[in-house]
Design a protein around this ligand. Structure first.
Ligand SMILES: *Cc1c(COP(=O)(O)O)cnc(C)c1O
Length: 418
């Protein structure tokens, strides 16, 4: 495979951006590969600067559930552009999108449109703290909720102590109210609540974890979180930035039948444009300015172009009941190909990860045991066979509605020859 154009561009990019990238995983460091520079993408395919063609299972890390460059979404964006790129003022589209979201996420009685998942989770936590008048939050090891200071934590000397920053540039004070629990481990949550229960503003969780590779919740785990947060009057926040409109049109809440107090959406909800949403029960959201004291704002919030893309993608998802069935069938075929090779795969709907680990992965600790060298080899093999997957063991493989039966067959055959 000739990638000389990407090699050249990557060299130049490093003169301008740290590591040559605008988001670290793109540097492909953990697989030791040169990042491909993308020229264009269409449907299930992505093309680099050398015009190498790949079947894409990264799908922009989730947003492209309909594949790349969906005609209807693009037309909606083009039409919106003609009326102006940003107003910084109210417009009808905001109401249309909010109504569509609330229809599928009824716990989001009120919501705010923001620009990124990071902003959404950060703002949801602030609202939960303002509502409860409490400072502490609980998050889970291996769950990712964007890069705001208080969420970049790793465990301190013990799980029941306050966490320490996992990133440079984050002051100790910023993480001292973040408590870390173990995913799928009810006892770890119980222990934290026993000690700090009355001080915990919220529990934030990926209802199906997808940022340590895909790790579905064990039976009863989400129900347990629902019950314990109710018991202690803490707010339960589902970070559905990946799972929203992915596991089903109503996201993980609908898929697992558990209703949180607050929900954060991102990725798919913007149809490929920078858009995210946080919202929840009215009494919580009424704490947000200008009604309440919790400040949150945004020059480009509710941007008309992003809103137009969001409305259109939800309309398409609503208009075709078969999408989620088809995604399930196609994803299952790929899963089966991995299983037939004796590989360890976690899947939930159209999200899956093959783990180079003998043991079933149920939490962050298990994920950390994976052989990332083997993953790097697998990545290299897939890429050289025209299949574009995440350059890291700890990411999901995203199947889209644009993946044809032929794409799936080719993918399965490639896996068979692994
Ligand atoms: C991607 C992601 C985020 C962060 O969203 P950005 O738009 O990248 O800021 C937050 N939570 C989860 C679960 C995500 O997958």
């Amino acid at each position: 495979m000739n990638i000389d154009r990407s090699v050249g561009l990557y060299k130049t990019a490093q003169e301008f951006m740290p590591g040559g990238v605008n988001s670290p995983v793109r540097a492909c460091k953990s697989v030791g590969f040169t990042p491909l520079f993308i020229d264009h993408a269409d449907g299930s395919k992505i093309y680099d600067e050398n015009q190498n063609e790949f079947i894409d299972y990264v799908c922009s890390w989730g947003p492209n559930i309909l594949g790349h460059a969906n005609k209807r979404v693009i037309n909606a964006v083009k039409n919106a552009c003609d009326s102006g790129l940003t107003f910084g003022a109210c417009h009808k589209g905001e109401i249309t999108l909010a109504r569509l979201i609330k229809k599928h996420y009824p716990n989001m009685q009120k919501l705010r449109l923001v620009n990124s998942g990071t902003e959404g989770t950060m703002s949801a936590i602030r609202a939960a703290r303002g509502y409860t008048n409490r400072d502490m939050i609980v998050k889970f090891e291996g769950c990712y909720h964007g890069h705001s200071d208080g969420l970049l934590v790793s465990a301190g000397s013990g799980l029941l102590t306050n966490s320490i920053p996992s990133s440079g540039g984050v002051p100790k004070g910023a993480t001292e109210n973040t408590l870390l629990a173990k995913y799928n481990d009810e006892q770890s949550v119980e222990d934290i609540f026993k000690k700090y229960g009355e001080q915990i503003a919220c529990v934030i969780v990926e209802p199906c974890a997808a940022n340590m590779g895909v790790v579905p919740p064990k039976n009863g785990f989400l129900k347990f979180l629902r019950d314990i947060t109710l018991k202690y009057d803490s707010v339960l926040i589902f970070d559905e930035v990946i799972t929203g409109f992915r596991l089903s049109i109503g996201g993980a809440a609908d898929y697992y039948g558990i209703t949180p107090d607050m929900t954060v959406l991102g990725k798919i909800v913007g149809g490929g444009m920078p858009l995210a949403v946080y919202g929840g029960l009215e009494e919580i959201m009424n704490c947000v300015a200008p009604l309440g004291s919790v400040y949150q704002a945004g020059t480009l919030s509710g941007n008309p172009i992003a809103v137009a893309a969001g409305i259109e993608i939800i309309n398409i998802l609503e208009g075709n009941e078969n999408i989620y069935n088809e995604l399930e069938q196609k994803s299952k075929k790929i899963e089966t190909a991995f299983v037939n090779k004796g590989l360890n795969v976690n899947r939930q709907g159209s999200l899956m990860t093959v783990f180079f680990n003998e043991k079933t992965v149920e939490n962050y600790n298990d994920a950390q045991q994976c052989d990332t060298q083997k993953y790097a080899k697998y990545y290299d093999y897939m890429l050289n066979n025209g299949i574009y997957i995440a350059p890291s063991q700890f990411e999901a493989m995203f199947v889209s509605y644009a993946h044809s039966n032929e794409d799936i067959e080719k993918t399965c055959e490639t896996i068979e020859k692994l």
